[in-house]
Design a protein around this ligand. Structure first.
Ligand code: FES
Ligand code: FES
Length: 213
């Protein structure tokens, strides 16, 4: 009998053990692979329920692929570039490193939620005025980080570049070096960094004159 004639249904022998691998897959319960769950997220002030979500879905994929909020970008999908930055309970978070199911009771804000009716957020307006982007792919993440950066400084949260961590930083005391450090998790492959810094500076100045960051 040659190897193509297996009327006795004996699996072909494979030097690579492929037959054993296939047998292993056959033993997996189908429900273990396809199980889904209902997840409710509060995004940009609206409750959104995903009735059949794979519990392994990242927050980034839930936002982009399931809720149609494509403003948050997938650059590396590994926590390296910052393109996926969103706010969760007013903290900046990398959505590609976070599971959606872990945020059912949290307040999630994406770049789409920064806009106030028809009014751009001051940071969005400053990015346009300062020409702080080229291709724009990193821009939503840059803006989300920049908004949180100023809020963190206003709360006195120190950074690696804070000259004296015993003396809490103030918003108006933030220098270029510290802003660059605080934005170092957001990569721009177009190299728009000088104009991004200028945009953040513009909003910082507005705020120190009494407006909201
Ligand atoms: Fe999340 Fe790059 S896509 S850090
Ligand atoms: Fe192109 Fe930043 S504007 S990657």
């Amino acid at each position: 009998m040659d190897d193509t004639d297996r009327s006795d249904h004996t699996p072909a022998k494979s030097p690579t053990g492929a037959g054993n691998i296939q047998a292993g897959y056959a033993r997996l319960s189908p429900s273990a692979v396809t199980e889904t769950t209902s997840v409710t997220l509060r995004v940009n002030g609206t409750m959104r329920t995903l009735a059949t979500l794979d519990p392994r879905t990242t927050l980034l994929d839930a936002l982009r692929e399931h809720l149609g909020l494509t403003g948050s970008k997938k650059g590396c999908d590994h926590g390296q570039c910052g393109a996926c930055t969103v706010h969760i309970n007013s903290q900046r978070v990398l959505a590609c490193l976070s599971l959606a199911i872990a945020h059912q009771h949290d307040e999630i804000t994406t770049i789409e939620g920064l806009i106030d009716e028809d009014l751009l957020h001051p940071m969005q307006a400053a990015f346009i005025e300062c020409d702080a982007f080229q291709c724009g792919y990193c821009t939503p993440g840059q803006i989300m980080s920049a908004v949180c950066l100023l809020e963190e400084a206003a709360r006195g949260v120190p950074s690696h570049a804070t000259p004296d961590v015993a003396a809490p930083p103030s918003l108006d005391g933030l220098g270029d070096e510290e802003i660059r450090e605080r934005m170092s998790g957001n990569i721009c492959r177009c190299g728009a960094y000088p104009n991004i810094l200028a945009a953040i500076r513009q909003v910082q100045r507005t705020h120190t004159r009494g407006a909201t960051p």
